[in-house]
Design a protein around this ligand. Structure first.
Ligand code: 5AD
Ligand code: SF4
Length: 459
């Protein structure tokens, strides 16, 4: 571990930044986060480190002296968009050469992207991978003191635990319980960019969750690429049970689960839970055994549907959501129809559907029979339509019911309408309730659409 180097770099950057502040130019940071909740959690660590180094929050990237891009590599589209956003800061750097630009996250863990950033983005000062975000102070220190640009500082022993965290939400928080993935689904870049599975010690996780509950956080999500394979001195069901026993008024969520590891023990913990959400996100990916096998998912439809049955037997009201990929290499019309049929049989509450995107270095990118884009789009459109109808039908019986909802605040599109989430994670819109932000309220559901519920606060 390099804690001495970390602390020394933080101190040096802080010293310089304090001098700048004394001269009337206090340095500030802006972080652009792309992708999943794991990245959002990493951004809270990046921000925590930046604060420790004396950076304030910039309200706008235009005013920042340090801009960090926390990138996503899961699909090609995400990368292209991010690269063009990074490119849009070229001018700002030319006008202000002391501005520091750092690219972090999954995209910068791909060697060909790092090469591209090095050659074609000379205004990028450094890159860090998800495993090496703890090198942020050293990268900034090196640049501030006139050192060369730094790329891919991927030393294997630089994973720093206990980095400072700047929590951005007051009533919702996430806690990483494990990092990385060992599954190597053939389409997925994650095992290459986030490395092998590492689980945090259970005592650290329990301590962190306990502190969050004590500080009034109401909604805590345990994060990991595959939480079911969490293993330290205990396995995931045991950890979940230990966390559920913490006294308080809060909800525990967890994601993501892999069907191959969803155990009977986990179902039993859910059956008896006091604080665990009545929701399970269980990525299906495809309804065809042949495709699942080529995806290296290591389960078939029979096993998948037996898990769904066990979850519903334990809690008939549980919401089950999923991820599906359409247009995987070699997906025939029959395979695709099998996926649609699975959606109609299982009746998920909602589904995140993705068009397959080839990722360089993954086995599926090399497979013959890539599905033409026009076929992929047509399959996607139909799947989304059919699933929207299922989601709407699943939500309909909630009309007339009163559900507990954690209030988030004004909705994005209309400040007079508030939004929040039910215990099962469903989005609800209701009449304005400024005093209730961050608290649980009870909402009587009056209308149900595919992607949201509408209601009024029960007085
Ligand atoms: N193309 C399309 N979707 C993908 N996912 C992961 N990799 C790819 C890819 N190459 C989807 C999976 C996963 C979700 C987070 O993203 O459905 O569960
Ligand atoms: Fe990717 Fe599969 Fe790991 Fe999920 S379980 S991160 S889809 S390799």
């Amino acid at each position: 571990m390099h804690y001495e180097a970390f602390d020394a770099a933080v101190a040096r950057v802080r010293e310089r930044n304090l001098r700048l502040a004394e001269r009337g130019t206090p340095p500030s940071v802006y972080i652009l986060t792309f992708g999943c909740q794991q990245n959002e959690a990493d951004s809270e660590r990046l921000l925590g480190m930046a604060h420790a180094m004396g950076y304030h929050d910039a309200a706008d990237p235009k005013d920042a002296s340090l801009i960090l891009f926390n990138t996503c590599a899961i699909r090609e589209h995400a990368e292209k968009r991010t690269l063009s956003i990074i490119g849009s800061f070229k001018k700002q750097k030319e006008e202000n050469p002391s501005l520091l630009l750092g690219v972090c996250g999954c995209m910068s863990a791909e060697e060909h992207r790092t090469d591209e950033l090095r050659r074609r983005y000379p205004y990028v000062d450094f890159t860090l991978t998800p495993a090496t975000i703890g090198l942020l102070p050293e990268a900034i220190d090196a640049r501030q003191s006139g050192g060369r640009r730094r790329f891919y500082p991927d030393a294997p022993d630089t994973v720093l635990e206990e980095l400072p965290v700047a929590r951005t939400g007051a009533h919702r928080a996430s806690v990483s319980i494990m990092y990385g993935c060992n599954n190597f689904c053939t389409y997925c870049i994650v095992p290459y960019v986030r490395g092998r599975e590492r689980s945090r010690p259970s005592a650290d996780v329990i301590k962190e969750v306990r502190a969050l509950v004590a500080s009034g956080v109401k909604d805590i999500t345990l994060l990991g690429q595959n939480v079911n394979s969490y293993r330290s001195d205990m396995d995931f069901p045991t950890l979940l049970k230990a966390l559920d026993e913490i006294e308080g008024d809060y909800l525990l969520r967890f994601m993501t689960s892999h069907p191959k590891d969803a155990s009977d023990a986990l179902v039993e913990v859910l059956r008896k839970a006091k604080h665990i959400e009545p929701h399970f996100h269980l990525p299906l990916q495809s309804g065809s055994d042949a495709v699942l096998s080529r995806m290296n998912r290591r389960y078939g439809m029979a096993r998948y549907e037996s898990i769904v049955a066990a979850l519903r037997e334990a809690n008939p009201d549980i919401a089950i959501t999923s991820d599906v990929i359409v247009g995987f290499p070699g997906e025939t019309d029959e395979d695709y129809e099998a996926t649609l049929a699975a959606l109609h049989r299982i009746r998920f509450d909602s589904v995140y559907a993705f068009i397959y995107s080839p990722r360089r270095g993954t086995p599926a990118a090399e497979m013959a029979e890539q599905v033409p884009p026009a076929v992929q789009s047509a399959r996607m459109t139909r799947l989304l339509d059919e699933q929207a109808e299922i989601s709407r039908e699943k939500n309909k019986p909630l009309v007339g019911k009163t559900l507990r909802v954690l209030v988030d605040g004004p909705s994005k599109s209309d400040a007079a309408v508030y939004s929040g989430r039910t215990d099962a994670g469903k989005l609800v819109h209701f009449d304005a309730a400024p005093d209730a932000v961050g608290n649980f309220v009870f909402i009587e559901i009056e209308r149900a659409e595919a992607f949201a519920l509408y209601g009024k606060i029960k007085k």
